[in-house]
Design a protein. Structure first.
Length: 378
């Protein structure tokens, strides 16, 4: 996908609907620097927003219809009746905006035009970006004065309760709360967050889209969450966040639960270490921690996939300081950290490894820490 000019979607609204839009929001995707599968375990995460985004332009209606048009789904012109809207009544991509309307209790109706240059299924939080942009638009149309934290929570509820994806709140929080040039250190136990400087000067953060699309509403993601909950119960703690030392999980009799819990506990420790390095301006020293995270996700949590492992191995062998899969797993992207002088060689090595495996050439994006969601001028 190619990047598009900010606000372009809002200018097209009148051509699609024959009237001017009333409000428009842009919501970015995110890369999770480190802290995977820790959010629903009440742990620590460290994402940052990226320049690719979802834009939603909207105008109110009074007929109880939510009309959706997406420039990426050119054949779709969906009309959803809000009266009687319930979980399970809308499928596919439309479930995300419909879920937001349901969570907000929207009944009057709205017309939405959606545009995105954010790859779907690439582990970059495209669903959260869509949910947050829609939630912000619908709240503005209703005259509701919601904080960014409230919008994030509404979007998270829509994904959990309407779409049926049992995710944590990391993605929606990153979309709404991130600051340009910073990562967001979010404590998912109490909701507290702090911006941590993320300065890649002399370095490049590369998003390697493996081309393998994930669908986290499938059973594997939910299975991992249940395994973590069982491990916490058997350790007599409310959540795995309360376990301080990875060695403490070895008392579990089930080896699967040992591996799952060991990843979560060790990952929380890695988040703390990376955040401290960033505060000291030492991003270049974070590479080994990123690589350790990937190995833990691959071996203990078992959510990696073959293309991610090939990208990881090729990037590190070609001189990357570190790399890791990013997102919930089972498909999506790999994040690689490299010296700027080495980045092109890393990209070439990954693409050569994919060619050797008979896979399509992976797209590579530079990940530059961007700002969170923003209301666009009319």
């Amino acid at each position: 996908m190619t990047a598009r000019r900010p606000g372009e979607n809002a200018r097209r609204f009148s051509r699609c609907y024959g009237r001017a839009h009333e409000v428009a929001w842009r919501a970015p995707g995110r890369v999770n620097l480190i802290g995977e599968h820790t959010d629903y375990n009440r742990g620590l995460v460290l994402p940052f927003a990226i320049s690719r985004s979802v834009e939603v332009a909207a105008a109110g209606r009074d007929d109880g219809i939510l009309e959706l048009r997406s420039r990426q789904m050119s054949d779709d012109r969906l009309r959803i009746r809000l009266d009687g809207l319930e979980p399970g009544t809308v499928n596919g991509w439309a479930a995300y905006p419909a879920g937001v309307a349901w969570t907000l209790g929207e009944r009057r109706g709205a017309s939405l035009l959606i545009d995105s240059d954010l790859p779907q299924g690439a582990g970059l939080a495209s669903s959260a970006a869509l949910e947050c942009a829609v939630a912000a638009c619908l709240a503005d149309l209703a005259g509701a004065e919601l904080t960014r934290h409230q919008i994030a929570e509404l979007a998270w509820r829509a994904e959990n309760e309407f779409v049926g994806m049992p995710c944590g709140i990391m993605d929606q929080s990153a979309v709404m709360l991130c600051r340009r040039g910073h990562a967001l250190l979010l404590d998912c136990r109490n909701g507290e967050s702090v911006a941590v400087p993320l300065d890649p000067a002399g370095l490049r953060l590369l998003i390697i889209d493996t081309g393998v699309r994930h669908e986290l509403t499938g059973g594997e993601y939910a299975a991992r969450r249940r395994e973590c909950e069982r491990a916490a119960t058997r350790l007599s703690v409310r959540s795995l966040r309360e376990v301080a030392n990875p060695a403490d999980v070895e008392v579990l009799e089930d080896p699967v639960l040992v591996r799952r819990a060991r990843h979560v506990v060790s990952e929380n420790g890695r988040v703390r270490q990376v955040a401290e390095l960033l505060r000291c301006g030492r991003l270049d020293e974070c590479g080994p921690l990123l690589s350790s995270s990937h190995r833990s996700l691959r071996d203990d949590f078992e959510v990696s996939w073959p293309a991610a492992d090939v990208a990881f191995d090729a990037a590190v062998a070609a001189g990357a300081l570190g790399a890791r899969m990013t997102g919930g797993g089972f498909g999506g992207s790999v994040l690689a950290l490299a010296q700027a002088a080495d980045a092109d060689a890393v990209i070439a090595a990954v693409r050569a490894a994919f060619a050797d495996a008979g896979w399509p050439v992976p797209a590579v994006l530079d990940a530059v820490p961007a700002a969170g969601a923003v209301r666009l001028a009319r």
